[in-house]
Design a protein around this ligand. Structure first.
Ligand SMILES: [Zn+2]
Length: 331
């Protein structure tokens, strides 16, 4: 009997993965790469549905491991031709804990880092939209029986009596909100606030950076600051004109606040489908020199500087972190 294609694929998997690892080792020797790590928050949260937070204890252990094991580079540095694999640390979004929790640990361990900051939230007490979605839907409390999104194009209704039903709604709205532009998302969020009766006051634990904290970050010789749009939209869902606004306005605002030129950028969400060739061209046109995305890979000499791969780091202890780094470097 001929084996099923699925069985054949499964049988070939170890061989493919061995070949892939050998090829990557060869490439890494030929041209030692930079591995860019992606963080969001350093704090401890009661609930973290997007798994964005690394605890201060684990973050300190991770930074000690990097310091003890690898050459470290800043994203804004001239990397020249590295003689061995180096690592760069980056943070997206601009949470207040980047200054309160991450910076002291970076300074203690001497690890350089780049912080990509969304300028629309800077200095406000508003939560980022994915956090507010969580606050309005997933926190314990009394909720109405149903939520209906009475939008012209989408008259969709969800049952919301149980925590499980609200988790489904959270997932669906998170996906939907990524596909619309900022005014539409803001109007859906207003409806959700009215529906839940929870108001719009953001939690201190989820606060974005204020201007003093941003200045404190930017003063550190270990830190570079990059842009991350104004309202954190999914760029591929926007017209070219709206993309240009988001990209250039965030650069200009940061330059105005920091009094220095900002040449680094990271795409919101950063997956291959979250931005387009137009986004890359607009970033080049705006004067950015390195732009970070969010898909697996290593940065070689030949890597497109407008689509630098990064690896997400989770709340891992030192041992688990070391295992993941090996995987990031060779698979
Ligand atoms: Zn982001």
């Amino acid at each position: 009997m001929a084996p099923y294609p699925g069985m054949l694929r499964a049988a070939c998997r170890p061989v493919r993965s061995f070949l892939q690892r050998s090829w990557n080792r060869f490439l890494n020797r030929l041209d030692p790469p930079v591995l860019i790590l992606l963080y969001h928050r350093v704090t401890t949260l009661a609930a973290d549905p997007q798994q964005l937070a690394v605890s201060p204890e684990n973050f300190r252990d991770q930074m000690r491991h990097l310091r003890d094991s690898f050459p470290l580079v800043g994203l804004g540095d001239d990397w020249g031709s590295p003689r061995e694999t180096a690592i760069a640390v980056t943070f997206d979004d601009g949470y207040a804990d980047n200054c309160r929790e991450a910076l002291p640990i970076l300074e203690e361990t001497g690890v350089p880092a780049t912080f990509f900051v969304g300028t629309g939230s800077l200095g406000t007490r508003e939560e980022f939209w994915w956090d507010e979605l969580e606050r309005l839907l997933l926190e314990p409390g009394e909720y109405p029986e149903r939520f209906t999104l009475e939008d012209d194009a989408r008259g969709v209704s969800w049952p919301t009596a149980s925590p499980g039903q609200r988790t489904v709604l959270y997932g669906d709205l998170h996906r939907l909100m990524k596909t619309v532009d900022t005014p539409c998302r803001a109007s859906w969020m207003r409806r959700l606030r009215d529906w839940s009766g929870k108001g719009d006051s953001g939690r201190e634990s989820h606060r974005p950076l204020d201007f003093r904290e941003l200045a404190r970050l930017a003063q550190s010789p270990l830190v570079s600051i990059g842009a991350h749009t104004v309202t954190h939209p999914c760029l591929s869902a926007l017209t070219a004109e709206r993309q240009r606004e988001e990209i250039t306005a965030s650069k200009m605002r940061l330059e105005e606040v920091l009094g220095r030129s900002v040449t680094l950028f990271s795409y919101p969400f950063g997956g291959r489908r979250d931005y387009t060739r137009t986004s890359e061209a607009l970033c080049r046109e705006a004067g950015f020199v390195r732009v970070a995305s969010n898909f697996p890979g290593l940065v070689h000499r030949w890597t497109n500087p407008y689509a630098l791969p990064r690896r997400l780091v989770r709340n891992w202890d030192r041992e688990t972190f070391a295992i993941h780094l090996e995987r990031f470097l060779y698979r």
